[in-house]
Design a protein around this ligand. Structure first.
Ligand SMILES: Cc1cc2nc3c(=O)[nH]c(=O)nc-3n(C[C@H](O)[C@H](O)[C@H](O)COP(=O)(O)OP(=O)(O)OC[C@H]3O[C@@H](n4cnc5c(N)ncnc54)[C@H](O)[C@@H]3O)c2cc1C
Length: 203
């Protein structure tokens, strides 16, 4: 157990963008395009050659010399792979998406960690939390003894604020203890509802 390590600069939380991207924005070999929705990865045969994206209502294509790194998060990464023709052919063909690679594992095997939070109102007003707080400041991993895995199966977290119960205002002093199952057995899937990149997926 212990206090979590945080990324802090000048007394404030510091994001990866502020730390690594903003200082090099004027590099001639770097273009940052915000407000863009990537719609698919472009292929020539089975090799990636670029990315297509929607920006201000117009479809744009950008081509690469070497590689495309796809890091769109847990739901949108498989979504973009499927929109680009990488996924289960039985799912893609009815949507008229040309199959580049028949990979049934795309969008499968999602794990999540369910948690239960118990909030306590404090009996006296507490000082305001620090501007450096991540709202979850300490944690504990432990093994329940019920799991066959060697790794811990439970995580406990401590938050110095009262998490959003319906009867608590944000300025009510309190704290929250959270218990989280980190070795869940259930598995989820995501699939496309349509070939339209602006549609959300089915989970
Ligand atoms: C409530 C919560 C608590 C968490 N706590 C922890 C923790 O304590 N420890 C831990 O290790 N991890 C934690 N995680 C998980 C962690 O946040 C993720 O694993 C991590 O952020 C994944 O990074 P990523 O860059 O792959 O994706 P993301 O951080 O999800 O970034 C993906 C980015 O891609 C953008 N994007 C998606 N689709 C498109 C598109 N089509 N076009 C353009 N842009 C697109 C999104 O807008 C987003 O900015 C937590 C997650 C949540 C939600």
């Amino acid at each position: 157990m212990g206090l979590y390590q945080l990324t802090i600069k000048d007394g404030k939380r510091h994001s990866a963008a502020a730390a690594f991207l903003v200082p090099i924005l004027d590099r001639p070999n770097l273009t940052v395009q915000t407000g863009a929705l990537v719609t698919r990865i472009l292929f020539k045969g089975t090799s990636t050659i670029g990315v297509e994206y929607l920006h201000q209502g117009t479809l744009q294509q950008v081509y690469v010399n070497q590689e495309v790194i796809l890091s769109a998060g847990v739901f949108d990464s498989p979504k973009l792979l499927m929109l680009s023709g990488i996924g289960n052919a039985e799912h893609l063909l009815p949507l008229n998406i040309p199959v580049i690679a028949d990979l049934p594992g795309v969008g499968e095997n999602l794990h999540d960690h369910p948690l239960v939070a118990v909030g306590y109102k404090s009996t006296q007003a507490l000082p305001a939390i620090a501007s450096t707080s991540n709202l979850v400041e300490a944690g504990l991993f432990l093994h329940s003894g019920k799991s066959k895995e060697l790794a811990p199966d439970l995580q406990f977290l401590f938050s110095p604020v009262l998490w959003g119960s319906s009867d608590s205002a944000p300025d009510v002093s309190g704290s929250t203890f959270i218990c989280c199952l980190i070795n869940p057995q259930s598995r989820g899937t995501v699939t496309l509802q349509s070939a339209n990149p602006t549609d959300i997926m089915s989970a």
